[in-house]
Write a protein that binds this ligand. Structure first.
Ligand code: SF4
Length: 334
């Protein structure tokens, strides 16, 4: 296995510091985007669809997003897409409600592939704290004469924290020239996804290992510019093993029932019994609150179920799933 040479630095934006704790809710405004970046990391399921997600849940209103934020005790929100500013009214209504509910200290950062003009920036004052511009790769070498620098300078004057957020492509070094105009530059490790797989193959890019979606060489492409103080390299493994895991643990702690077991990965485990014959009598003899009757099956502590599975008539299994009735990861029949 290769030695990893670029370390995660501490000189990161406030948005990233909260993200690092797993305390940011991800508010995916829309999958609609006017651009066609070959490396786009969006899943086929989300790309181009005009649905809003708070973390992994589809939401139809700011109130539903607020509920998701409460369930993870969110300290902030990262607004992303697609192109969130393709739906500016939605950005404004969701972010205004989040600020009202959690107060001005609820930190909100916005990713956008546009270069917002003064009027658009004005509409975001007070509801967005940090803006991350993603200029198209094709203009990186002329970025100083582009609208992105004009927008960055304007945003800074208006009080936003302002940065660029781009993937680690071979030409990422060229963005050194923009550092005097921005507060930070985030470089995301290039990741293989279902939508960009053809583009990766056409460029002969390979996966770095069998564990993550990171592309071999992406760290090295970012290594030189990552030495600059304002630059932060965000690795694929960090996103999976730190950000996501910590976010799941926050949700699990807030939502687990007394008999759920919370794992180190932030998933929950419990026993599931589909009662047959006299099984329901046995269940009713358990301490109230130590099980939940779901109608067609009963959920209870996996230890209790394991100890009694041999004497029960119905099907027993151990379930591992993401917290808050998230996706099932594993079903182990007993
Ligand atoms: S701007 Fe962002 S969301 Fe749009 S195509 Fe490019 S990478 Fe995908």
């Amino acid at each position: 296995m290769k030695t990893r040479k670029v370390s995660i630095q501490d000189n990161i934006s406030k948005g990233c510091r909260i993200c690092k704790k797993g305390a940011k809710m991800v508010l995916f405004i829309t999958g609609v985007c006017h651009r066609t970046c070959w490396y786009c990391p969006l899943s086929v399921e989300r790309k181009g669809t005009d649905r809003t997600y708070a973390n992994e849940r589809v939401v139809d209103s700011p109130e539903q997003a607020i509920e998701v934020a409460h369930r993870m005790s969110a300290l902030g929100t990262g607004v992303t897409g697609g192109e969130p500013l393709a739906r500016p009214d939605r950005v404004i209504s969701y972010c205004s409600r989040l600020k009202e509910e959690f107060g001005p200290e609820h930190h909100i950062h916005l990713y956008t592939s546009t270069a917002p003009d003064h009027e658009m920036l004005q509409s975001l004052v007070g509801i967005i704290d940090e803006i991350r511009l993603h200029p198209p790769m094709e203009i990186w070498d002329q970025v100083l004469t582009s609208d992105y620098v004009t927008s960055a300078v304007d945003a800074k004057k208006m009080g936003f924290d302002i940065g660029f957020e781009v993937p680690a492509l071979p030409e990422v070094d060229v963005l050194t020239q923009v550092l005097p105009f921005i507060d930070f530059l985030n470089i995301n490790e290039l990741e293989w996804g279902d939508h960009n797989a053809d583009g990766m193959r056409q460029r002969n890019y390979l996966l770095e290992d069998g564990l993550h979606n990171a592309i071999e060489g992406a760290r090295e492409w970012a290594a030189r510019i990552s030495k600059e103080d304002k630059v932060h390299f965000c690795s694929s493994s960090f996103k999976d093993s730190v950000q996501l895991r910590k976010r799941l643990i926050r949700v699990a702690r807030n939502t687990a029932r007394s008999f759920d077991h919370v794992t180190r990965d932030g998933t929950i485990m419990y026993g599931s019994l589909v009662p047959q014959k006299n099984d329901r009598n046995w269940v009713q003899g358990l301490t109230p609150g130590s099980y939940e009757d779901m109608g067609d099956h009963v959920e209870l502590s996996m230890r209790e179920l394991r100890s009694n599975a041999q004497t029960l008539s119905g099907d027993s299994s151990i379930i591992e799933r993401y917290p808050d009735r998230g996706i099932i990861v594993e079903v182990t029949p007993l």
